[in-house]
Design a binder for this molecule. Structure first.
Ligand code: ADP
Length: 427
């Protein structure tokens, strides 16, 4: 079947955010991790209305970002979707060199499109654009905490000039209030990528009507809030009552893995510990050195049907210790974090090779990416959101189980409880 929508997302939790938004509106959505073979893609996307490929290119070298995005778009084109999106974060996470421009260039080159729009705003979360300047709630992007992001510090709030540095195409502005005529006017002036001003939900609705006919759009997950209703009006798509694919039966126990050190995740960890979950706290340095191996104990507890929380020590003083350890070895904090995520993922794989739990919950974007790849989860069928931005998924890859991937800062204090309940129902 021909999907109505296909997207390429620059990170996995961003992809789940977009996927959950679509799934909430009844759009059958499949999320694929990395560029698969055409044969696999065809099997996974059978019955799908929307297919999203997460390429994890937010912080890679710009040339690689172009290549991976182009390969993903080329593959998605084999499914012949009606609408394509290049999805990035609503805080426009990128450096002066890339990689949003590279991703857009790759899609335009591959599809032969001469014009597209960039809609990074997400008004419900306070991300707005006015006269090309981007805001996070009441602060300019460059005054917001994004200023000091370790990977993609955003110091230029003018998205027209910022994006211009990342692409060879001409970037321009369709300024407030954005209408179809204004977009057409900017296009007639020779602009190839038009940044769209957008400050409210009403703007978003009007803009989505104005861009619904474009074959390629780019932006945050905001368009996905409005487009399904428009597709439906136009007869491009209808919600369908189709059974979900069942996860494999027989798993016992629930595994929660937290690699995030964020305040929200630490609070959630505490909540789960208070509920009496078996908690295994790993020294992050021992994890980085491959010296922590509680797999047997976790397997034993899971086999007894228990809920296990496997987490790194994540207080500020633990993060400080890791920074000192990294400095002594001449590696950056980022490399240290990536190493911890990789080793933690290998540990989770050892657990799964012995025993597949009934459900898996992961806290942390990078941690999720590493674990999905180590477990060869490959593709996820996405069901409605458990909480905003965090859907329940069912893996279609090596281990077929309910999975919840949560960005570090997302979720209420009792989120794990809801996530486990959602996994239990799905299983
Ligand atoms: P978030 O979504 O909160 O950013 P991520 O998983 O993306 O979470 O990032 C957290 C990073 O920190 C991961 O790379 C993880 O391996 C690493 N990490 C985990 N524990 C520690 C620690 N105690 N000190 C430093 N880094 C840590």
């Amino acid at each position: 079947m021909r999907p109505v929508f296909a997207a390429v997302a620059d990170d996995d939790t961003g992809a789940t955010d977009l996927a959950g938004m679509l799934a909430d509106q009844g759009v059958r959505t499949v999320l694929v991790i990395d560029v698969p073979t055409l044969a696999d893609l065809e099997v996974w996307s059978e019955d799908a209305d929307a297919v999203i490929i997460g390429v994890a290119t937010r912080s890679v070298e710009p040339r690689l970002a172009y290549e991976h995005n182009r390969a993903a778009v080329s593959l998605l084109a084999r499914l012949n979707p009606l609408v394509y999106q290049i999805k990035y974060c609503s805080t426009f996470d990128s450096t002066p060199e890339g990689n949003i421009g590279q991703a857009i260039d790759a899609a335009m080159d591959e599809l032969g499109e001469s014009f597209t729009v960039a809609l990074p705003a997400l008004p419900v979360n306070g991300r707005t654009t006015y006269m090309g300047y981007h805001f996070v709630y009441r602060q300019l992007l460059s005054d917001s905490p994004m200023r000091d992001h370790p990977l993609t510090p955003m110091r230029n709030p003018n998205l027209v000039s910022h994006l211009s540095g990342q692409t060879r195409r001409r970037v321009g502005l369709a300024h407030y209030p954005v209408t179809r005529d204004r977009i057409e006017q900017v296009r007639a002036e020779g602009v190839e990528i038009a940044i769209l001003d957008c400050i409210s939900d009403e703007d978003l609705e009007r803009i989505c009507r104005a861009i619904a006919d474009l074959r390629l759009i780019t932006g945050s997950s905001a368009p996905a809030m409005k487009l399904p209703a428009i597709w439906r009006e136009r007869g491009w798509w209808m919600p369908r009552e189709l059974p979900w694919r069942a996860p494999a039966g027989g798993g016992l126990g629930f595994l929660v893995v937290a690699g995030s050190c964020s305040v929200a995740t630490r609070r959630q960890n505490r909540w789960l510990e208070e509920q009496g979950a078996v908690t295994v706290v790993l020294d992050p340095i021992a994890v980085a050195e491959g010296a922590a191996d509680p797999a047997q104990r976790v397997v034993w507890e899971l086999r007894n049907g228990r809920t296990c929380l496997l987490r790194t020590a994540s207080q500020p003083e633990d993060v400080e210790r890791v920074a000192t350890w990294a400095q002594e070895r001449g590696i950056t904090n980022l490399e240290a974090g990536a190493r911890i995520a990789q080793e933690l993922a290998r540990l989770v794989r050892r657990i799964f090779d012995e025993h597949r739990p009934q459900g898996l919950v992961v806290a942390g974007g990078e941690t999720s990416g590493a674990i999905c790849r180590a477990l060869e989860l490959a593709a996820l069928e996405v069901r409605p959101n458990i909480e905003p931005g965090v859907p329940l998924c069912v893996s279609l890859g090596r281990f077929r189980l309910p999975v919840v991937l949560k960005s570090g800062n997302f979720g209420t204090p009792d989120f794990y409880g809801r996530a486990i309940e959602a996994c239990r129902k799905a299983a």
